[in-house]
Design a protein around this ligand. Structure first.
Ligand code: 5RP
Length: 240
């Protein structure tokens, strides 16, 4: 899953200033596209034939006072009208506004179930969190217990397998802030080996020196379980 929804709280973030020219060449290598409805309407070819996951939370910005105080920003009707396969909502377990975001998630699941819409819960949102297996298991399991169909969560070096095993719905690994290509490929590889069904990565693809090469290398890790060093070689050979 390619995540390019960042503008909903970051505006024209680095790498996505010219959304169309960055994202269009990546699309042939993405299985699913995660973005906001505004960018889907204005910057994506309506004939694009891969599943779309629409960001359904927001309302706050990186420069505002309470970034985590998100609410629901998308109706189920508009998600259907835009032919989305799923919607994504962030929950802030252990942080401010925890209760509001979990109740919102449950409300969205109720609405989504009526139409067969997939709900992706984005967990571990918040800068000051210890994103260890204990926390990630708690947040991921809570998301699933409240009805999420897919959980997006961060990778942790120790015991990520426990996070996956204690969550009854598929887990996709979030990318997080930009790290080196080999680190990102290794992280994706380890997450897949630990049982993640896939990845939902953004900055480590579109902020890479060569995003088109990087998405192909990540794709090889996810689809072919290509080892990180081999995937880095693939990246280097494709790099322009
Ligand atoms: C924030 C989000 C995103 O906006 C985005 O999908 C993150 O992707 P990445 O960390 O790989 O850049 O989920 O919580």
């Amino acid at each position: 899953m390619l995540a390019v929804d960042h503008g909903y709280f970051l505006g024209p973030t680095s790498g996505l200033e010219d959304f169309k020219s960055t994202v269009s060449p990546l699309l042939p290598y993405a299985d699913t596209l995660m973005l906001t409805r505004g960018m889907l309407r204005t910057c994506v070819d309506p004939l694009l034939d891969i599943p779309i996951v629409l960001r359904a939370s927001g309302g706050t910005s990186i420069i505002g006072k309470s970034l985590l105080h998100e609410g629901i920003t998308l109706s189920m009707e508009d998600a259907l009208r835009l032919n989305a396969a799923g919607i994504a909502y962030s929950i802030t377990v252990g942080m401010d506004w925890e209760r509001d975001t979990i109740l919102d998630l449950s409300r969205l699941v109720d609405q989504a179930e009526r139409y067969g819409m997939v709900v992706v819960a984005v967990t571990a949102v918040g800068k000051d969190l210890a994103k260890d297996a204990r926390y990630l298991s708690l947040a991921s399991r809570m998301a699933a217990e409240h009805g999420a169909h897919i959980v997006k969560t961060y990778y942790c070096d120790k015991d990520f397998q426990k996070v996956v095993e204690s969550c009854p719905v598929p887990i996709v690994m979030a990318g997080g802030k930009k790290i080196s290509e080999i680190e990102a490929l290794s992280m994706a590889y380890n997450a897949i080996q630990a049982g993640a069904v896939g990845v939902d990565m953004g900055r480590n693809i579109f902020q890479s020196k060569d995003p088109v090469a990087m998405i192909q290398a990540i794709r090889a890790v996810v689809h072919d379980e290509m080892a990180p060093k081999e995937a880095l070689n693939l990246y280097n050979s494709l790099k322009k």
